[in-house]
Design a binder for this molecule. Sequence first.
Ligand code: TYM
Length: 314
Amino acid sequence: MTNKKRLLTGLQPSGSIHIGNYFGALKPFLDMYTEYESHLMVVDYHALTTLRDRDALTENIYSIVKDYLAAGVDPEKVILFKQSDVAEHTELAWILQCLVTVPFLMQAHAYKDKVAKGLEANAGLFSYPMLMAADILLYDTEIVPVGEDQRQHIEYAREAANKFNNTYGETFITPQEHILKGVGVVPGIDGKKMSKSYHNTIPLFATRQEIEKAVMSIVTDSDGERPENVYAIHQLFASEDALDALYKENEGNYKALKEALIEDIDAFIAPMRERRASITNEDVANILEAGARKAKERALRKMMDVKERIGVIL
Ligand code: TYM
């Protein structure tokens, strides 16, 4: 390992990634990953908390790695791997679960939201934060680029690291979230946080028609001078100065503003879309295999230390 600081993030392969995922996590990662010792994960075991369709999961794994590569991730400069290839993640998650309490995990937003909706959470969702903590702690990660909705999960990872360190001696680094102002919560077409579960997304690799459909259905307030929901998305794709002029010129003309947004999104996505089309499933499989080998080596080394400390090595 080099002396560079370690960076890690992951996205669930639970469907098409959207512009919230891109601006909230992937782009911040891309902007910094070459300066760090970087790890980028496909968190397929986390996706199991909601997805039980075998073919869909396999397809989503291929798809998300293509998304990463098309967005500009250079597999030579990062360890790109999927969680299920490194069993040490679930192994460490178990050890961490034995250190935290049920009331502590009951405070997790994802679990609380599920219960508040009157739904039954599976045990995987309940212990989700400790698997995520394991993802992060296994690689001595210092910085985790994520969107605002993951802030609490990084706090949980810190807490798990502290619990372990206090019990068994300094072993884990306490990680810090890296959440950028302005993109921590990218709004969807209804103005609420963009999220697959709210059906308000603009997929990152949408076709022109899909972009048109999504943008045309952005909810616009009828009395405001500026359609805020349109503007909030637009500012991700154009400078403030350009938008000030555009929005002044087209004041009240929501249709023209939406059309301008469609053009800007399409111009932004087109080169990535093209790059993505040239990536094959075989490319993905090869990259994940190489990534798994490197990640596994690191994870095994860390787990040896962990196992030594907890007293299971004879
Ligand atoms: P996931 O797959 O739900 O989302 C992936 C990333 O996208 C960010 N994001 C957003 N950012 C801004 N605005 C939005 N509307 C928006 N929607 C999603 C998320 O904050 C996230 O950074 N638990 C994680 C995956 C994970 C992970 C990890 C992340 C598992 N292990 C270790 C970092 C490190 C999740 O479900 O993300």
